[in-house]
Structure formats: C-alpha cells, structure tokens
Design a protein around this ligand. Structure first.
Ligand SMILES: Cc1ncc(COP(=O)(O)O)c(C=O)c1O
Length: 394
C-alpha cells in the first residue's frame, strides 16, 4: 500500500517507537512519585518538553502536554472565552478552521458571544481586511482571535504573522491551531508572537493521543482539566510518559529535517502534480501555489467524482482522502471548499493527498499513474451514463 494521507495522520518513525518502548514496559512508574523509576520518567518528560519547545522556538515551561490537538484547541479557546466574558465577548476565527476550533466557537455563539468567521479568497488565504475590521470593532479588547496556521484540507499556509499583528494591535488575545504546520514548515513563536498555539504529535510521525498547548510566558491561563495538578497545575491527569517521549523524539527529528533544508517532500509532491497536469485533461491543483504545505496536494478532476476515485485507488493500493478525512464518504462539499467558492461539482471531484518523509519519489510517480488510470476508468463509466457511486459502492 502507498500511504498518501499524511494530513490525516502519519506512521511512527522507527526511532520514535524505539524511544517510546522502555516507557511502555519497565518504565511504567508514575512520574509524580518519589522513587528512582518515577524520577527517570519525570526526567524523560522534561527532556521531551525541551525537544517540543525547541521545535517551535519556545521555552520548555511554556509547553503544556495534552491528549492531542483537540484538547489543546478546546483548552485555549474555552479559557479565552472565559477570560473575555460573554457580555461584550467576541470570538473571531476563520471560515476554514478544523472542527476542533469551529465547534467550541459555535458553543460560545450559542451562549451569546458574537462569532465572526473570516472568509478566504478562492486560493484559500485569509481575508486580512475582514479580520482587521472585525478586530477593530471588538470593544476594548473584549474578544479573542483564533486563526489556523495551515489548512488541513488544502495545505494553504495562512498569513499568520500579519493576522497575529492585527489582533494584537486591537488588544485581542491570539490563538493559532498550528496542528498541520508544526513539523512541516518552520513555526517560531519568537518571530510570530502568538499567545497560544496548539500542536499534535501524530501529524509529524509521533504517536496519536498526545499533543501540547503552547502558553506564552506571562499570559494569563487557567486549565480546562483540574485534578492532581500535573503540568504545573495547567493540565491534570497522570502523564502519558511513553506518548510524551515519542512526541519529543518526533519533534527532534522534525527539527533536524527542517534545519537541514531537505526538499524531498516538496519534490515528490511537485513531481506528482506535474505528472497529473501533463497526463490528465480537466485537472486542477487547488490552493495558493505560493503558500502551501510542501507535502499537500489538493486536486480536482472534471467529470470525476472523488467517491468513485477513492474506491478505485484503494483497489490499486493507494490510500488518500477526499477533501478532508472527516468528509470522506460524505457526498457534500466541505466548509473549506464552500469558503473558497468551489461549485458542487468541483467540490465533489477533489482529492487530498498528503506526502511525508516516509514516501519516495517512485511512490509519487506510481500514485500519479494510478490516479490517471482511475480517472480514465471513471470517466469511461460516467460517459456511459452509469453513476460511479452506484457502480462502485460495495
Ligand atoms: C488543523 C487541525 N486541527 C485539529 C486537529 C485535531 O487534532 P487531534 O487529532 O490531535 O485531536 C487536526 C487533526 O486532524 C487538524 O488537522
């Protein structure tokens, strides 16, 4: 199988598994206890905190470990909503956020906050003028903004530094969902002074079920989960030592690759897209070509439904997605595609492929070949007047 769904999740790197193993076996002790085994676990968590902090240019004590990206975003947003209060409260986000941001924001709207969903252009980039207008009309800093760093469906990288500066100019606290960006492109909280940033290990070859919230030193913060007071009182619950150690190792390896300037993921993705454009008529690459994650390809094919393509590709041993993982199997345009102004036909004919460091150029070429075959086959079937979904759904 050729796995090309790295935006959904990534496999563990062998080094990550190796780093985790001792903590899944003999090193099981509770890191909060006082004997030697426990102290070793505590030390391993501290090392991981340094590794994760280094990946985003943070201080180790600005990192709060969580159970993953969703917990991180919920923790930040629920705190910010409490901080600004519902009376004059204003939540400003974008129309293309992941549901881990949109859903909590909708609950604020239900209880009286004003929620702004800032739009994007047809290439998927945030409308900064609309953001500026929304921030300017939030009275006396009575609001917060949350804008994603890179989109999970299209891979489009947002103008984060500008968005953060606009929120700050108007006295608004700023959170970013950087879950798709961290580990794939340089993310540095010294250069982009966000207050809160969410990240997740499994998007860059760490384990699932572990993530972190970056909380800028000096920012007021109260936890979502209260209990035993772990993570310096900022997130209670016995630490997932093995998961955190794997997260740290994955962060270290991601930083090494980024620092080396290696371009092989981008090369694979570009070669894949070049082959599609050369061989398939009515094929279009979506998203801002100058601001995309190096491993993401979001592509649509005229007269070809993604639902049928996915089944054919799966049969040929290619694992990828339609639009986003959450939308797979559903015959509806995603909110991201709608925000970019896709018509229904284009939205339904889009695939998302995610390349990672574990793919090869050869796999990218085989995948392009498979996509060509699948598109040709589906167009033949559709040309015959038989609906592809009816034909291929098992
Ligand atoms: C942009 C974005 N935000 C949030 C999440 C949720 O992260 P997790 O799966 O770690 O809870 C994801 C994962 O798909 C994502 O892509």
């Amino acid at each position: 199988m050729i796995y090309l769904d790295a935006n959904a999740t990534t496999p563990l790197l062998p080094e990550v598994l190796e780093a985790m193993m001792p903590w899944l076996t003999g090193g099981f002790h509770n890191p909060n206890a006082s004997y030697r085994g426990a102290k070793a676990a505590r030390q391993a968590i501290d090392t991981a905190r340094e590794q994760v902090a280094a990946l985003i240019g943070a201080q180790p004590d600005e990192i709060v470990f969580t159970s993953g990206g969703t917990e991180s975003t919920n923790t930040a947003l629920k705190w910010l909503a409490r901080l600004v209060g519902r009376k004059s409260g204003r939540a400003i986000t974008s129309a293309i956020e992941h549901s881990a941001v949109l859903k909590p924001c909708e609950t604020f709207e239900e209880v009286g906050y004003r929620l702004d969903r800032i739009g994007v252009n047809s290439l998927g980039r945030l409308d900064l003028d609309a953001l500026r207008a929304a921030c300017a009309s939030a009275k006396d800093g009575g609001g917060f903004a949350s804008i994603m760093w890179a989109n999970n469906e299209t891979g489009v990288i947002q103008p984060l530094a500008e968005a953060c500066a606009i929120a700050k100019e108007h006295g608004l606290a700023f959170h970013t969902d950087a879950i798709q960006a961290v580990g794939k492109i340089p993310v540095d909280v010294r250069e982009t002074p966000v207050d809160f940033l969410s990240l997740s290990a499994h998007k860059f070859h760490g384990p699932k079920g572990v993530g972190a919230l970056y909380v800028r030193s000096g920012c007021r913060f109260e936890p979502l989960l209260r209990g035993g007071g772990q993570e310096s009182g900022r997130r209670s619950g016995t630490e997932n030592t093995a998961g955190i150690v794997g997260f740290g190792k994955a962060a270290e390896l991601a930083k090494q690759l980024l620092d080396s300037g290696d371009q092989s993921i981008r090369t694979m993705r570009d070669a894949f897209e070049a082959k599609l454009l050369e061989t398939i008529t009515g094929c279009e690459i979506n998203g801002d070509p100058d601001h995309r994650l190096p491993g993401t390809s979001h592509v649509s094919f005229e007269r070809c439904e993604a639902a049928g393509l996915l089944i054919l590709l799966d049969d040929m041993g290619i694992a990828c997605s339609a639009g986003s993982a959450c939308m797979t199997g559903k015959q509806q345009p995603s909110h991201v595609q709608k925000a970019m102004g896709f018509n229904d036909a284009k939205a339904k004919s889009s695939l998302r492929l995610g390349f990672s460091r574990l793919n090869t150029l050869e796999e990218a070429m085989q995948a392009a070949e498979a996509v060509l075959k699948a598109v040709e086959k589906l167009r033949r079937v559709q040309g015959s007047g038989v609906g592809p979904v009816t034909v291929y759904t098992p």
